[in-house]
Design a binder for this molecule. Structure first.
Ligand code: LAN
Length: 761
């Protein structure tokens, strides 16, 4: 869809592949407006901040799953491209969707839920949503924009400002690691800096308060490694404060037990560009604003800070994973001894190889990159290496728009470039579970969803797979889009289940032929670890002892891939479903895979009967997946002690109002902890699904849970946002706003199918 117009900001985003606009000269999201003065030696041009932008002018464009937001300044353009219901919903504007006949039965509630949710489906067939939560992503992007002299359009600066103020801690004015977390130096130093960079005055009372909080926590010199890295890039810290990130690690032979190719992909892909920038000790020039920030962020004057002495300083609330003695020793060696041996030619060959790997990552993702941390960093590396006008820099700049999201509170940066394939796969399964897929009313919606998954299946492995240490991916699905292209074990599983179920139904096209299904299975079968469990993006490549080199401080369990109950169980359910339809394909491999996976699932069960969730909060989430997978091999409450224990655990956590409630504290502490705001619709749905899958013999607790879910449904069929649902790396939370639709409908649907669709009394 080509949309153009002189005053349309951020229009005409890319077609998602190819070099098609390397030379087109057309305006792209986040590219300088023609009347913007060129950045000059006095520094980066400050955006003009407004109170608020006009929310009726924002539009979200979805091209084959690529989301970009656009601000239409011109009335004509706005008329030509009207706001959709989904736009309005995302922006928190009234959708004016009608009230529906009140739901009497569970299936009525599902139908009302779908009645609402169908309006949020986007033209390519997928669903989208805000994917915020982490509060450390936007700073990396904004600092990168500033240091690469990428002008920030006023409407974007304004809404970034609004979001950050909306999410400041109401008591102390600071920011945490994530939206529900307590203030930390990481959150506060970084987001304070962002606000200054987008043009907020240091005299603003909210900034004075935030600065006070930052100083109370010891100032930016007490920040974790990533704060020190980004502030050094900006020229606000000196590089001596940053613990070493030597690119030479990438020259280590593959057999070395701590070689980076063995690390969890998110860590190594961040370490990669970070090491390039560190090696160059590259910093932005000292503009007047940078000079001011130097005086604002530390609780002493910049000129008196002893940078080297603060390499290991850290505020206690930032210090989730304290540096080990081994890491401290390695850092000491790298700072004090290694420089004598680090010849220029060694540094150069390391930088050259690292940059090659960056280029492979850029090429393999068409500059979408693995995620919102390495994306901006790769942009910075290309800027340093290839210059401001290179194709790589221009394409990266365009791609940054993929991570941005606008909501009622302002603009934030998503945790990935979206949730497209993941949420779409779940929605299909939900409608199937409710037995509504053959109802002609939902057929067009589901057909489009199926078409989306068809389009998003990854059809080829990446070029130079072994050279850039990538995992086989042919036939797989990513969490977000095919362009991003990183296969994940459970994303493949959920999408495969959705496709297998739906395209066999009468009235639906068979879009994926058998070979494409087999490709998915072949890739899925590469994911098993020796333990029998499955990790996320790749089978585990290194020892858990590598956690001793975890230098990020703010996250736990980041250095390698681990076995995850959620991932393993999703693979098991997918394989179980697959063998139903294709009993002969790789039957022996699948049988042995499943046998070992089930063994792992049993071993991963906690003594109290629960499973610990690493990607959703927390025990409720993982227990749902575990009980679902056990059900898929015929284990239910009646015949399995493990299932009984799992159910008894869940029942013991049901609240008097019938709901379940878990706080993110469960993830941090590995102990079931209730959320202070009480029962949550999403967790109640997870628990009910688990009990239903396990065939829990007593309907009463399930009915109580479902009644709570139904009582929270709004007259127009929607559910409202409650506490945060997702997590990563034990300490950082992330929102899954579509879960409040998908899982309640799934729980209600399974119940209705199992027990009949009668009113709950
Ligand atoms: C995600 C989002 C999806 C998630 C599931 C598919 C739900 C999970 O079952 C497997 C792991 C995966 C793919 C996952 C891994 C880590 C991600 C990508 C995230 C939680 C979203 C954001 C996070 C990423 C690491 C954020 C950037 C932060 C760094 C520390 C680099």
């Amino acid at each position: 869809m080509a949309r153009s117009g002189g005053s349309v900001k951020g229009t005409e985003p890319a077609t998602s592949t190819g070099n098609s606009y390397a030379n087109s000269g057309e305006k792209r999201p986040l590219e300088p407006e023609s009347d913007d003065p060129a950045p000059n030696s006095t520094g980066y041009k400050k955006p003009r901040l407004q109170e608020r932008t006009d929310y009726t002018r924002w539009r979200m464009l979805d091209e084959k799953g690529r989301h970009t937001w656009h601000y239409l300044d011109d009335d004509e353009d706005a008329k030509e491209w009207p706001q959709t219901t989904a736009d309005k919903y995302f922006l928190g504007l009234p959708t004016d969707l009608p009230d529906l006949p009140p739901a009497k039965t569970p299936l009525d509630a599902v139908k009302n839920g779908l009645g609402f949710f169908q309006h949020l489906q986007l033209p390519p067939g997928n669903w989208a949503c805000e994917y915020g939560g982490p509060m450390f992503l936007l700073p990396g992007l904004v600092i990168t924009w500033v240091v690469t002299e990428t002008p920030i359009p006023d409407h974007i600066a304004t809404e970034i400002k609004n979001y950050l103020f909306a999410r400041a801690n109401p008591d102390d004015g600071g920011w945490g690691l994530h939206i529900e977390g307590e203030s930390t130096v990481f959150g506060t130093a970084m987001n304070y800096t962002v606000l200054r960079l987008v043009g907020v005055s240091e005299e603003d009372p909210r900034m004075i308060k935030a600065r006070g909080t930052l100083h109370k926590m010891g100032g930016a010199q007490n920040g974790p490694h990533w704060t020190k890295f980004w502030l050094s890039v900006l020229g606000v810290c000196q590089w001596d404060i940053v613990n070493p990130v030597p690119p030479e690690f990438w020259l280590l032979p593959d057999w070395v037990p701590f070689a980076p190719w063995r690390w969890w992909i998110h860590m190594r892909m961040v370490f990669l560009p970070m090491s390039f920038v560190w090696s160059k000790r590259w910093s932005y020039k000292p503009t007047p604003l940078i000079l001011q920030l130097r005086e604002e962020l530390f609780h002493e004057s910049y000129s008196t800070v002893d940078w080297g002495a603060h390499r290991n300083s850290i505020y206690e609330k930032d210090n989730y994973h304290p540096k080990t003695w081994l890491l401290k020793l390695a850092n000491w060696f790298l700072v004090n001894i290694y420089p004598y041996f680090r010849t220029e030619s060694l540094a150069k060959s390391a930088e050259d190889w690292v940059f090659k790997l960056i280029q492979m990552e850029d090429k393999n993702t068409d500059f979408a990159n693995l995620g919102p941390v390495n994306g901006p960093m790769n942009l910075l590396c290309c800027y340093i290496r290839e210059g401001p006008n290179s194709y790589s820099v221009r394409r990266h700049r365009e791609r940054m728009a993929d991570f941005l999201w606008v909501k009622d509170e302002g603009m934030l940066m998503n945790g990935t470039n979206g949730v497209q394939s993941w949420d779409t796969a779940f929605l299909i399964q939900t409608v199937m579970d409710a037995g509504l897929a053959e109802d002609p009313k939902w057929r067009p919606m589901l057909t489009r969803a199926l078409e989306f998954l068809d389009d998003q299946q990854i059809r080829e492995n990446v070029d130079d797979q072994a050279l850039c240490y990538r995992q086989q991916r042919k036939g797989a699905w990513a969490f977000s889009t095919r362009d991003q292209g990183y296969a994940v074990s459970d994303c493949i599983s959920e999408a495969l289940k959705a496709v297998l179920l739906l395209q066999r139904l009468p009235g639906y096209p068979k879009l994926l032929d058998d070979q494409r299904i087999f490709d998915a299975i072949d890739t899925l079968l590469t994911y098993q670890n020796k333990s029998g469990g499955c990790a996320s993006y790749e089978p585990t490549r290194g020892s858990e002892r590598l956690e001793m080199l975890n230098a990020a401080e703010v996250f736990g369990r980041i250095m390698i891939e681990y076995d995850y109950p959620e991932c393993t169980t999703a693979v098991v359910t997918a394989l179980s479903l697959f063998t139903k339809y294709y009993p002969d394909y790789r039957a022996a491999d699948i049988k042995s895979f499943k046998g070992r996976a089930i063994e792992y699932i049993r071993n991963a069960q906690f003594p109290d009967g629960s499973w610990y969730g690493s990607w959703g909060i927390c025990f409720t989430y993982a227990s749902m997946f575990a009980l679902e997978s056990l059900a898929s091999i015929g284990e239910t409450y009646e015949n399995s002690a493990d299932v009984r224990q799992g159910c008894d655990f869940l029942i013991s956590k049901q609240r008097v109002d019938g709901g379940w409630s878990e706080s993110y504290r469960s993830c941090e502490r590995s102990i079931y902890t209730e959320h202070p705001t009480g029962s949550q619709v999403v967790m109640t749905a997870w628990a009910c699904i688990a009990l239903l899958e396990a065939n829990y013999p007593d309907r009463t607790p399930i009915e109580k849970g479902l009644k709570l879910i139904m009582s929270r449904q709004q007259p127009n069929g929607e559910w409202l946002q409650e506490a945060i649902e997702g997590v990563f790396n034990k300490s950082c939370m992330i929102s899954y706003p579509n879960y409040k639709f998908i899982f309640p409908m799934k729980a209600l649907g399974i119940f209705a199918k199992r027990y009949g669709d009668t009113a709950l009394v």
